[in-house]
Design a protein around this ligand. Structure first.
Ligand code: ADP
Length: 280
């Protein structure tokens, strides 16, 4: 809210009137301010890895290239920074396409329980084989699903990305491993999907910000070893919203795990309409 005052004085000096103009900042002003902040964030986030790649390249040029061990390590760091930039740009492109409503959902009626079983089987396989040597701790994925099929109309690629991002975060932010519990609960007008981990948790003060673009809890200390762009949950949030659902996170406190819950529209009375199963 902006307030402007104008005073009217008589020649004698007496104040004969005051006009106060209350100016409510319009949605447009707010969008413009957010856009500027966003551009400044993007520039900063891309500049940091680029600066470090440049420093490594200069060091190589100045002679580090002659020491095979040092050269290899400098090249590896540069490659991982380049990967990070590529990930960030592809996340940004996804977000920008969603912003411009260029993404059209490709919805189909599927049985959510069968779909989630399929996704989790895939994650179980990754845990079992660990092709990228990613896991240093043990994880168990627990399924807490209703016995009956739950028919929902969703874009399966997009909701798979939602599950993937949330479960990958559960892996990333649970240094001691533990149980990851995925639950499905049907309610009057929607179905609630919850994903809980036993990891480091999220402080209360950070919970409202985690869906913001680029936001990472304690950017410097806690996440420095864990790669990420701070964009994953923004994408998750936008996809759930596009489906007409809502998403929120809860965490009892530091070290006590996190639960992400999101809803998808679901009408119990329509549930015997569809018949075929998720069988891809
Ligand atoms: P990032 O690329 O940093 O993982 P996200 O948008 O996916 O970005 O998440 C934003 C931040 O929220 C993360 O940096 C992390 O601090 C916090 N966070 C997300 N998921 C979890 C989780 N399961 N446990 C603890 N912290 C989490």
């Amino acid at each position: 809210l902006r307030i402007k005052f104008a005073l009217f004085r008589r020649e004698s000096g007496f104040i004969s009137g005051i006009i106060a103009v209350l100016h409510d900042m319009t949605e447009q002003d707010k969008a413009e301010r957010e856009r500027r902040l966003f551009v400044s964030n993007v520039s900063h986030e891309l500049r940091t890895p680029l600066t470090s790649v440049k420093a490594y390249l200069e060091a190589l040029e100045d002679g580090a290239i002659d020491d095979k061990e040092i050269a290899t390590s400098f090249i590896n760091v540069s490659l991982s920074e380049t990967d990070r930039m590529i990930r960030m740009i592809s996340d940004l492109l996804t977000l920008s396409r969603m912003d411009q409503d260029k993404i059209i959902l490709n919805k189909e009626m599927i049985n959510l329980v069968a779909f989630l079983n399929f996704q989790i089987n895939r994650l179980d396989k990754i845990l079992e084989t660990d092709p990228n040597d990613f896991f240093t701790a043990d994880f168990t994925i627990i399924r807490n699903f209703p016995d009956n099929p739950v028919w929902v109309e969703i874009d399966t690629d997009k909701i798979a990305q939602v599950i993937d991002n949330i479960v990958n975060n559960a892996f990333k932010y649970s240094p001691n491993g533990g149980k990851i519990t995925i639950s499905v609960e049907t309610r009057e007008k929607d179905v609630l999907i919850s994903i809980s981990d036993q990891g480091m948790g999220i402080p209360k003060s950070a919970l409202p910000k985690i869906f913001d673009r680029f936001y990472r809890v304690d950017n410097e200390s806690r996440n420095s070893k864990v790669g990420g762009t701070g964009l994953g949950l923004s994408i998750v949030h936008d996809i759930v919203k596009m489906h007409g659902g809502t998403i929120f996170a809860t965490s009892p406190g530091s070290g006590q795990g996190t639960t992400f819950s999101f809803t998808l529209p679901y009408l119990p009375e329509n549930n015997d309409v569809a018949s075929d199963d998720w069988d891809e």
